[in-house]
Ligand binder design. Structure first.
Ligand code: NAG
Ligand code: NAG
Length: 333
């Protein structure tokens, strides 16, 4: 039944088309054909133009501030969950040590926490952005005020003269890339040339987080200036021998403020179990966040650092610092 109706309407349509066709004279068909062809060409060109413009959009999204900001937000959210997901792993050391829970990089000497420096062989070669004391000192003071009363000697504060954002390693202790003195000079010169093209970064503290390993981190957003993704790509370009696998997400821009080394020594309420401890850590981090979230800073130096001790920048180890000023003027950035 259904197919009968279909066949009927099909025949009917054919009949109508035939009638229209016969009514079209030759003189009318040629202009119509020309019109159809030009319409087709126009449509094809239009499609190509559309495709080109969408290509431009997707390739420039690599540098698009909005997607980089988004990528960082997601990354920081994930990092903020680390403590709850993995628990305070830094407390585990405490169970094996009598006085102070110390990871293998700290010891207690004359009543104060002292880093155990290990020579890096070959020296680590790190590129970091530097945060000047104009911005680091106020942060360090607030972090100390909040954490010192509870952690006493079970905490190590980052030296506020060398607050830094790790960007890219030419060599690190996990994948060492030995280099001669001349090669190091050439690397430093190549980095300097790149730094001349970078614009100072206006950054905003997105949030403070505590990792499961006890590191108190400041995670930042970039309001303007050369994005860390671009900086890392440019450094990779001029440091072709650098380890393929780098330690950080290309979008991240973070500073370490302190490392917790053990359980809190004193707290307003007694702490009996891990969930109480977690709650207490979150409280302290929230307190710091409420004071410094949204803090604005300007980054205008990149350092190429030869670290002669493992984690020299973090532990006041031996190092040789090559300091370069970001070269592009802020107005252009
Ligand atoms: C902090 O870093 C500065 C610059 O590297 C250095 O002069 C100073 O001695 C360091 N402070 C400590 C306590 O090591
Ligand atoms: C931890 O201790 C508190 C009391 O301080 C208690 O309310 C809570 O249920 C305990 N949590 C666990 C997981 O034992």
């Amino acid at each position: 039944m259904h197919s009968l109706i279909d066949a009927f309407s099909w025949a009917k349509t054919n009949e109508m088309m035939g009638r229209i066709g016969s009514r079209l004279s030759y003189s009318k068909t040629v202009p119509l054909l020309i019109w159809l062809i030009s319409a087709f060409i126009f449509f094809a060109l239009f499609r190509m133009a559309l495709r080109n413009s969408s290509d431009t959009i997707s390739s420039s999204s690599f540098d698009s501030p909005v997607s980089n900001v988004d990528r960082r937000s997601k990354l920081y959210e994930k990092m903020a969950r680390d403590l709850d997901e993995h628990g305070p792993a830094f407390l585990k050391h405490g169970e094996t040590s009598q006085s102070l829970s110390l990871s293998d990089i700290f010891t207690l000497k004359d009543g104060s926490v002292t880093p155990v420096l290990k020579p890096a062989n070959p020296p680590v070669r790190a590129n970091v952005l530097y945060l000047s004391t104009e911005f680091s000192v106020p942060i360090a003071e607030k972090a100390k005020n909040i954490f010192n009363p509870y952690f006493d000697k079970a905490i190590w504060f980052q030296n506020n003269s060398v607050y830094h954002f790790s960007l890219f390693h030419a060599s690190h202790h996990i994948s060492p890339v030995p280099a001669t003195k001349q090669e190091i000079e050439a690397e430093a010169a190549a980095v300097q040339a790149v730094v001349g093209t970078l614009c100072p970064l206006n950054i905003v503290l997105d949030r403070v987080i505590l990792t499961s390993t006890g590191v108190l981190l400041g995670c930042w957003q970039v309001a303007s200036g050369t994005d860390p993704i671009t900086i890392r790509a440019k450094l990779r370009n001029v440091l072709p021998r650098a380890p393929e696998k780098q330690q950080y997400d290309a979008a991240i821009i973070h500073t370490s403020f302190a490392r917790l080394l053990g359980p809190p020594k004193a707290s307003p309420t007694q702490i009996y179990n891990t969930s109480d401890q977690l709650q207490f850590f979150h409280e302290l981090v929230n307190r710091l966040n409420s004071q410094i979230r949204g803090y604005k800073a300007v980054v205008s130096e990149l350092w190429y650092v030869e670290e002669y001790d493992v984690l020299a920048l973090a532990l006041n180890g031996r190092m040789n610092v090559h300091k370069f000023k970001l070269g592009c003027s802020t107005t252009r950035g």
